[in-house]
Design a protein around this ligand. Structure first.
Ligand SMILES: NCc1[nH]cc(CCC(=O)O)c1CC(=O)O
Length: 311
């Protein structure tokens, strides 16, 4: 193809670069030349406060989106989990790459590490994981573990906590499988919307023919359907990643989508979950319906108490 290279905006963390190189290799297989354009985001710059405190909206995506708007890049590569629930009108989520195993996992340098041991300290920076741990492992304590994967692992190595709770996807992509001591079941530790998938964003007015080719090269339709349901859930829930909501959609062999979504209070005591199924074509409506059911069955009260707690 005698085209200019497809320029890919990415965060500069090792995980983000791995993901973007993966995108580049898919594009190269489809005949495109590629160029990777790393940049710092607010989320990378601010390391001393939890994400819930910075305000979650777009902290890992905004700078990348600005480069799309300035036409400096063609595509922005994000962890789907980090993408805000509504995209500005001049931008578009073009594709979702095939999802990695979605579970949260527990990492420790100690091969004998056990979650059953009383008094353990678990590092996590996610309000959802903190709340789920309080509910399902009330004996354990949690400690703040912000920073990229390498920073968090260094904190683990320094002994700031006994183990670290992370998304398997990132752990695997960084080659840390050997530190995994537990795979947390998705029935209890339902992941965050989008976990394990990579989202590709572009300017809405990118050349339509190019857009179509890029989508064919990158998009995984089954993952896309699941993400549509999860993101509709998140959007209806009006929460960013600072709200401990969770949503996991799966496709069954008949092509129906099953969505498990819910909300948990910060203490882990209040818990509302809902599981519904629909035809794949109704994935978006399914996400809205599950969120509406969660809000009606006690979710509204949980959200109100979380907001009050934040002040
Ligand atoms: N919130 C940060 C973030 N965004 C994406 C991943 C991991 C990769 C993924 O879930 O796709 C992580 C780290 C984590 O949650 O452990």
């Amino acid at each position: 193809m005698s085209q200019e290279p497809i320029r890919l905006a990415t965060r500069a963390s090792r995980l983000a670069l791995w993901q973007t190189e993966h995108v580049a290799s898919l594009l190269q297989k489809a005949g495109f030349a590629t160029e990777i354009v790393p940049m710092q985001t607010t989320g990378d710059a601010v390391q001393d406060r939890s994400l819930a405190k910075i305000g979650s909206k777009g902290v890992f995506t905004e700078e990348l989106e600005e480069s799309l708007r300035r036409r400096e890049t063609h595509l922005a590569v994000h962890s789907a989990k980090d993408v805000q629930s509504s995209i500005p009108r001049d931008l578009e989520l073009l594709a979702f790459l095939e999802r990695e195993q979605v579970n949260d996992v527990v990492l420790s340098f100690n091969e004998q590490f056990s979650l059953a041991k009383p008094g353990i300290v678990l590092g996590t920076s996610s309000t959802r994981r903190k709340a789920q741990l309080r509910r399902f492992y009330p004996e354990a304590t949690t400690a703040e573990a912000r920073g990229n994967l390498q920073t968090r692992l260094r904190k683990l190595e320094e002994g700031q906590f006994d183990a670290l709770v992370l998304a398997y996807a990132g752990v695997h992509r960084m080659g840390y499988d050997h530190l995994v001591r537990h795979v947390l079941p998705t029935q209890q530790f339902v992941p965050a919307t989008g976990q394990g998938s990579i989202a590709i964003e572009c300017a809405a007015d990118l050349n339509p023919a190019l857009k179509a080719q890029l989508k064919i090269a990158l998009d995984h339709p089954a993952t896309h359907t699941c993400l549509l349901a999860e993101r509709a859930f998140l959007h209806t829930m009006e929460g960013g990643c600072s709200i401990p909501s969770f949503a996991l959609a799966t496709l069954d062999s008949n092509g129906a989508v099953r969505l498990h979504g819910g909300l948990i209070s910060l203490s882990g005591e209040e818990y509302v979950e809902e599981i519904q199924q629909a035809a794949a074509a109704d994935a978006y409506a399914l996400g809205v319906a599950v969120a509406d059911a969660v809000l009606a069955r006690g979710g509204r009260e949980i959200l109100a108490s979380i907001r009050e707690h934040r002040g």
